[in-house]
Design a protein. Structure first.
Length: 140
């Protein structure tokens, strides 16, 4: 059974996080832009799982996408590669002890932020299309 309200609630936050990441990137706050892009994608994938009535636990986009694939939903290989890139941003973009020296803001640049934002946008697009298809199938 589909839960459109839960899907919408999580997707609104995912899209807000992506917009916030874009603002941070524009302001030169690249580490935070990367983290927020990761969060946007994570919340979008959780939106899909929750919208499909499935549990959504953990922070790994890759693991969550595998859970979606286990539901016999076709997840493009490119999305698993995107998930790997985004998952690598979860901790090091925020914690100084994730790097041998320096602070996270010193390790991220405009290209990193743009890649993360683009990646998150692709995850969000996949999630929206997949849930829309699930809704059409439920009506049929």
């Amino acid at each position: 059974m589909l839960d459109s309200q839960e899907f919408d609630r999580w997707m609104k936050q995912a899209e807000h996080n992506l917009s916030s990441a874009e603002r941070d990137a524009t302001a030169g706050d690249y580490a935070w832009a990367c983290f927020k892009a990761q969060q946007a994608a994570e919340m979008a994938v959780k939106a899909l799982l929750l919208g499909l009535g499935q549990p959504a636990r953990g922070h790994s986009i890759l693991v969550l996408l595998r859970q979606i694939a286990d539901l016999q939903i076709l997840v493009p290989t490119s999305l698993f590669e995107i998930a790997q890139r985004l998952d690598r941003l979860y901790i090091p973009s925020r914690y100084p002890n994730a790097h041998p020296a320096g602070s996270p803001f010193e390790f991220y640049n405009a290209a990193d932020a743009q890649q993360a934002i683009t990646d998150a946008g692709q995850v969000i697009s996949f999630v929206r299309e997949t849930f829309r298809n699930a809704q059409m199938d439920a009506r049929a």
